[in-house]
Design a protein around this ligand. Structure first.
Ligand SMILES: [Mg+2]
Length: 273
């Protein structure tokens, strides 16, 4: 299947980054040429990532280092989307109990919330100090038992639970490390509550990108290297999907995936050229 064969005509691309545009700090293919081809086709483009540890400015800077200039408004990450979902639910803001990194806290503050977390010496828990509107978890490299205690008691008391992304692991030079999904697993085990998840495969990231680009799901192609996040998420949002083989998934896994992936290609340039 070629891009031009998809019907209705594709007007926008939503690209995953890691495994599609680069692996760690190494660009995949000729990014400058690929983005020129996207522009030449008149396609709108957004980038969507489940990585909550970097913000949009970091990605714009990383792209610029590869010679590609995009605007921050074209980059969507799951912390940002979690904050937007919360803002819609709690327009007046409020305290939010965070199990996550400083990036997540920064995004929540920017959207009018007051993030806080358990202090080192907060056992027994300091529940009476705050009355948060929500608990939010993300990847937290400073995770400890006290943080989990407070989150557990709040969630068990009925405070709504949100999470940035469900990825159980993330790749590092040492191998797969515990991801945000591992922290969800701990809190869900302790509370019996599944969070509302902002990142892929939930559709929010894609919905927001499409809203900003002014396109409908049928005319949007989601491009990614992971079936259970990018491809499932794209499908959940009603978009067309393309799997590239430059990251996690293999051609065999892509071909076996149900529902069918619209395009399976070696790399991004096979889509845009
Ligand atoms: Mg990826």
């Amino acid at each position: 299947m070629k891009l031009d064969q998809l019907s209705p005509k594709i007007k926008a691309l939503i690209l995953d980054m890691d495994g599609v545009l680069w692996r760690a700090d190494e660009a995949i293919g000729d990014l400058v040429r690929n983005f020129e081809a996207i522009t030449a086709r008149g396609l709108k483009v957004s980038l969507a990532t489940n990585n909550s540890t970097r913000n949009s400015a970091d990605y714009v800077q990383k792209l610029a280092s590869f010679g590609v200039n995009l605007d921050e408004s074209q980059v969507f990450n799951c912390s940002e989307v979690a904050a937007l979902i919360l803002k819609e639910k709690f327009p007046k803001g409020g305290d939010v109990y965070v199990v996550g990194g400083s990036g997540l806290a920064e995004v929540l503050s920017r959207h009018g919330f007051t993030p806080y977390t358990a202090e080192e010496n907060d056992l027994p828990p300091a529940l009476e100090k705050n009355s948060p509107v929500a608990v939010v978890s993300g990847l937290d490299i400073g995770i400890n038992y006290k943080k989990l205690v407070e989150a557990t008691l709040l969630i068990r008391a009925g405070v709504p639970y949100y999470a940035t992304n469900p990825d159980n692991t993330y790749p590092s030079t040492f191998g797969q490390l515990p991801g945000a999904g591992s922290i969800i697993a701990a809190l869900t085990a302790a509370t019996g509550v599944d969070p509302i998840v902002a990142g892929k495969p939930e559709p929010y990231l894609f919905n927001l990108a499409m809203q900003q680009m002014g396109v409908s799901p049928e005319e949007t192609l989601v491009v990614g290297d992971r079936l259970e996040t990018d491809i499932l998420g794209g499908r959940n949002a009603g978009c067309k999907t393309a799997l590239v083989l430059t990251g996690v998934a293999t051609r065999e896994e892509g071909q076996a995936w149900i529902p069918k992936v619209d395009m399976i290609v070696e790399n991004l340039s096979n889509i845009v050229f």
